[in-house]
Every structure is written in C-alpha cells, then in structure tokens.
Write a protein that binds this ligand. Structure first.
Ligand SMILES: Cc1cc2nc3c(=O)[nH]c(=O)nc-3n(C[C@H](O)[C@H](O)[C@H](O)COP(=O)(O)O)c2cc1C
Length: 181
C-alpha cells in the first residue's frame, strides 16, 4: 500500500509535517508513505492557466494523489480555519481532473490551541474535501492540542502518549483503507 501525506504547513520545524513523519515511522512493513509539502505552489489565478497552463508543481501533485492508495492531510489551524496555503493548493488541485475523487482520506492535525487545536480547521478541511469528492474517515479523530508541549523545536514528536494515540489512529486508518467498509 502506498500512501501520500500532505502537510498544510510550510515551515521547516512544522509540527504537522512532524506529525506525518511520526505516522510514517509507525507504518507496518509493506506500507509506504511519501510526505509532501506545498512549497512552490503559486497563488491560484485563472489568468495564469489561460496564459501558461497549470503549473507542473500542481499537476505532478495531482498525479501523485491520484496514484496513492490513501491520503493523509495534516493541517494546522490558522484563525479557526485551514491555512491559506492548504486551501490554495486544494483550489488548484480541483482543476486537475478530480485527483481526490473517492480517495480514502485521513484528516489529522496539530495546533497550539488549548481546547480545540485544529478541530475547527479539520472540520473546514472536511467540508472542502466533500466538494473535492474525497471520502474522509469519520472516526477516530486526531486533534493534537498544545503542540508546543508534544513536539521539539525541530518538529519531532516527543510525547509518548501522543505517539500511542497516533498508533491507534493509524491502525484504524489502514484497516479502513484496506477493507473499504
Ligand atoms: C497566522 C496564525 C494563526 C493561528 N491561528 C490559530 C488558531 O486559530 N488556532 C490554533 O489552535 N492555533 C493557531 N495558531 C497557532 C498554530 O497552531 C501554531 O503556530 C502551529 O504550530 C502551526 O502549525 P505547524 O507547527 O505545523 O507550523 C496560529 C498561528 C498562526 C501563525
């Protein structure tokens, strides 16, 4: 099984990219995951398409999503919603012949918020994914609050309890992708 993990954050020490790395480290044999960031995607502009077509960085990402058996998106929360870079990317990808259609998608996230870190962003992302025709795993959910206490300064997961929760989530996700209930 080949998965693709997309991080909604660009910074090098992103805890969301680190969350994907932690998930990757927990994968069983025979399952791989390519981790992708959204660097290099320009602002969505239909005039760009009219003048020069879709950027290769977008069409190549669409192809990689299409080819994957499953998709995991890790999103931070910015102003109670999805970061602009992630929304911008999904707007571009929506023009690329339905790369998300029926794609088994897990939504996860880490944020600084104390109570509902990433919850609001994750639910906004799920709404976008509905329009993109992805199928999102309903439960379990992973919302990592107070991410500054659970990741180090390089974005590496250091919290054992969170790693355990990720392991349970990952098992449920892989079963869901494999069995297609
Ligand atoms: C512009 C901006 C808006 C933010 N808004 C929220 C928010 O609404 N809720 C929240 O829990 N954290 C918010 N944060 C804090 C982020 O959760 C935190 O910076 C997080 O570490 C970003 O994810 P990353 O580690 O993957 O880069 C915000 C941060 C920035 C820079």
């Amino acid at each position: 099984m080949n998965l693709i993990g997309i991080s909604g954050a660009l910074r090098k020490a992103s805890t969301n990219t680190g969350l994907l790395r932690a998930l990757k480290s927990l994968l069983p044999d025979g399952v791989g995951m390519e981790i992708v960031t959204l660097h290099g995607i320009p602002l969505f502009d239909e005039d760009v398409i009219a003048a020069s077509g879709k950027p290769a960085v977008v069409t190549e990402l669409a192809d990689r999503i299409r080819a994957a058996d499953g998709l995991i998106i890790a999103t931070p929360e910015y102003q109670f919603s999805v970061p602009g870079v992630l929304k911008n990317a999904t707007d571009w990808l929506s023009t690329c012949n339905h790369p998300f259609r029926w794609k088994r998608t897990g939504v996860v996230g880490a944020s600084a918020g104390a109570l509902a870190g990433t919850a609001r962003a994750q639910y906004h992302l799920r709404q976008n994914l509905q329009a993109l025709e992805a199928i999102t795993m309903p439960r379990p959910e992973i919302m990592i609050v107070h991410n500054e206490e659970k990741f180090d300064g390089n974005g590496e997961l250091t919290d054992g309890e969170t790693r355990q929760r990720l392991g349970k989530w990952l098992k449920a996700y892989l079963d869901w992708v494999e069995k297609k209930p």
